[in-house]
Ligand binder design. Structure first.
Ligand code: NAD
Ligand code: ZN
Length: 242
């Protein structure tokens, strides 16, 4: 568990930071009751997320993949942002254009909390994309008709999510790179640091001389690279930083 001294140190670093970039992962939403992929409660039927969140799985069995997303949408819609999400909104309000949030989460909880300066680099579970005409639209229907089709061209819709094996969107990569190169403090919250490219962001931040603080329940592959590693729950620790 993080000590009082560590928390004071982190708070001092944040208070004197000119430019802050934050990366969040499934751990921040775990405190809202959204399961992570790697925890035991992340399993659905007997499938692992890594076997469903892929273009191959969707090509093979789009119905199965949509049923899984439908289940996740039903689950996420019952969850709300927690104090860690709220603190990041406050950080954005105080730091204004000197703060950028990068999230790997697709649950939309940062947006619900009120964050506006953010890149949802893995997409958003409340958006769909047409496999025919490429149009992206917001869709909050629950349950979704399975299989859902495009109103414009009638082709199959897919979740607007970056699946394992797919590349991030150019625009997001550019924005993240900008935010990483601009920051003097990089805060990494609730991510296991194994999914690339986000797993490499802490190294980029270090390269440009930023101080890196990690908040996680457990140690991660990044823990020995960061300047300060705070162990504990995001919802308890993040609010203490402001
Ligand atoms: P992950 O499941 O790999 O790792 C979660 C990390 O959070 C772990 O290191 C764990 O120790 C930590 N953690 C768990 N509970 C915590 C808490 N209460 N406070 C602080 N830390 C906590 O998640 P990831 O690194 O985000 O990568 C997995 C991929 O899965 C991402 O691509 C993401 O898009 C996707 N995913 C998203 C959601 C979501 O949108 N909520 C949920 C599951 C997975
Ligand atoms: Zn279409």
């Amino acid at each position: 568990m993080a000590t009082d001294d560590q928390i004071i140190l982190a708070r001092t670093h944040l208070a004197s930071a000119r430019n802050v970039t934050v990366l969040t992962g499934a751990g921040i939403s775990a405190d809202s009751g959204v399961p992570t992929f790697r925890g035991a409660d992340g399993l659905w039927r007997t499938y692992r997320a890594e076997d469903l969140a892929t273009p191959e799985a969707f090509a093979r069995d789009p119905r199965l993949v949509w049923e899984w997303y439908n289940w996740r949408r039903e689950l996420i819609t019952t969850k709300s942002p927690n104090p860690a999400h709220d603190t990041l909104v406050e950080l954005e309000q105080r730091w204004t254009d000197r703060m950028w949030l990068i999230t790997q989460n697709v649950d939309g909880l940062h947006r619900t909390a009120g964050s506006q300066r953010l890149s949802e680099i893995h997409g958003n579970i409340w958006k769909v994309r047409c496999t025919g005409c490429g149009v992206i639209s917001e869709n909050r229907e629950i349950p979704l008709p399975i299989l859902p089709t495009c109103r414009l061209c009638h082709a199959l819709l897919r979740p607007h999510i970056v699946w394992f094996g797919e590349s991030l969107w150019e625009e997001d990569l550019r924005r993240c790179d900008e935010a990483l190169r601009a920051c003097d403090l990089f805060l990494v919250i609730g991510t296991s640091g194994v999914v690339y490219p986000a797993a490499g962001f802490a190294s980029v931040a270090k390269e440009v001389g930023a101080l890196v603080i990690e908040i996680n329940l457990e140690s991660t592959p990044q823990s020995n690279l960061v300047d300060l590693s705070l162990r504990g729950r995001a919802k308890d620790l993040v609010p203490l930083l402001l």
